[in-house]
Design a protein around this ligand. Structure first.
Ligand SMILES: Nc1ncnc2c1ncn2[C@@H]1O[C@H](COP(=O)(O)OP(=O)(O)OP(=O)(O)O)[C@@H](O)[C@H]1O
Ligand SMILES: [Mg+2]
Length: 314
């Protein structure tokens, strides 16, 4: 598969500090790649390099087989949309105006009614129809974030007629969202990826990252220290080392979905099997040879291994 974007040996330095260092990465159409890493690891800076907002100090980036820095701004705006980690607007816009920012230029090939329909679809998708006439700066943090998601979704759809190959960059898009909207936004990001868009998101929630990533990328001190299938990347204790905390990798039945438990900080977790004579069971099976690989596998009394049904107790 031809990548949407290929970056090799990227470095971004400020004075003598390498904020991004030797990063090599490809973004593939149809895939949702998620970057995780500690505060200050260089995630946002890498995203800005890949989206063309910053120019690398050294290294190459090609986008749709041409050097990214040679792509004119108007074409870039049709090829990729960016939801930044923090967005300040200089003027007092309404929600609808924010969603429409730049749309006339990006969607120049579209008629006015088509753009209206695109905007309405994106507004509905972000569940902000009831907010469209509100001033953006009066919205809650989560409502503002959903407004920006509607903006990038509109931008991509408006640009699709003229640029078939596209990417979506999302820097901590769910940071202010409640759990329902976190899942809705990431479902939407995955759906957008499945239409052939290369999607790159930065998340701090490792469990959401494991659940949604087609490719999980881990950054530490400016470098990409791991990349690949989330279950493989998470195995082996790397994540705990990178963040410097006591985390355990777990797998939950029935589909063995991978998740992470902040072990040393966690309350005792117990499971109850309906109708089981001894319902309360602790659950983490320690692997003494390799504690980081300890598995959540529902060992009930008499070492009976139960897969489902479960209900979670605390
Ligand atoms: N313009 C700048 N001048 C000086 N330092 C900078 C600049 N931009 C970024 N940095 C530093 O580079 C490092 C990486 O910043 P970046 O925003 O990429 O981190 P991040 O991984 O996105 O962190 P977070 O999870 O907190 O968002 C940080 O230590 C930051 O302070
Ligand atoms: Mg950041």
């Amino acid at each position: 598969m031809r990548p949407f974007l290929k970056a090799s040996a990227l470095r971004y330095s400020i004075r003598k500090a390498h904020i991004v260092d030797d990063a090599t990465i490809s973004l593939l159409p149809g895939r949702l790649a998620i970057i995780v890493g500690p505060n200050g690891a260089g995630k946002s800076t890498l995203l800005k390099l890949l989206s063309g907002e910053l120019r690398p100090t050294s290294g190459e980036i090609s986008c749709c087989s041409e050097p990214l820095h040679l792509t004119p701004a108007w074409r870039l705006a049709r090829r990729r949309a960016v939801m930044a980690q923090a967005t300040q607007l200089a003027f007092s816009f309404t929600v609808e105006e924010v969603v429409r920012i730049g749309l006339d230029t990006v969607g120049v090939a579209k008629k006015g009614e088509e753009l209206d329909a695109i905007v309405l679809r994106a507004i509905r998708r972000a569940d902000i129809l009831h907010l469209v006439h509100r001033k953006y700066d009066t919205l809650s943090g989560g409502e503002q974030q959903r407004t920006h998601f509607a903006r990038v979704v509109s931008q991509l759809e408006a640009g699709r007629a003229s640029e078939g190959r596209q990417a979506l960059f999302l820097d901590e898009p769910v940071a202010s969202l409640d759990i329902r909207y976190q899942l809705a936004l990431l479902d939407a990001a995955r759906e957008i990826a499945r239409t052939g868009v290369a999607v790159l998101a930065i998340l701090h929630d490792l469990n959401l990252a494991a659940a949604y990533a087609d490719e999980l990328i881990v950054m530490q001190s400016g470098k990409i220290v791991a990349a690949g299938d989330p279950a493989n990347v998470m195995a082996g204790g790397l994540i705990a080392d990178v963040f410097g905390v006591d985390l355990r990798l777990c797998a939950a039945p029935p589909r063995n979905a991978v998740f992470i438990l902040p072990h040393g900080h966690a309350r005792r977790v117990a499971w109850r099997q309906p109708n089981h004579p001894e319902p309360f069971q602790t659950l983490i099976r320690e692997d003494s040879a390799s504690p980081q690989r300890s598995e959540l596998c529902a060992i009930f009394p008499r070492n009976e291994r139960v897969s489902m049904p479960f209900s979670l107790w605390s």
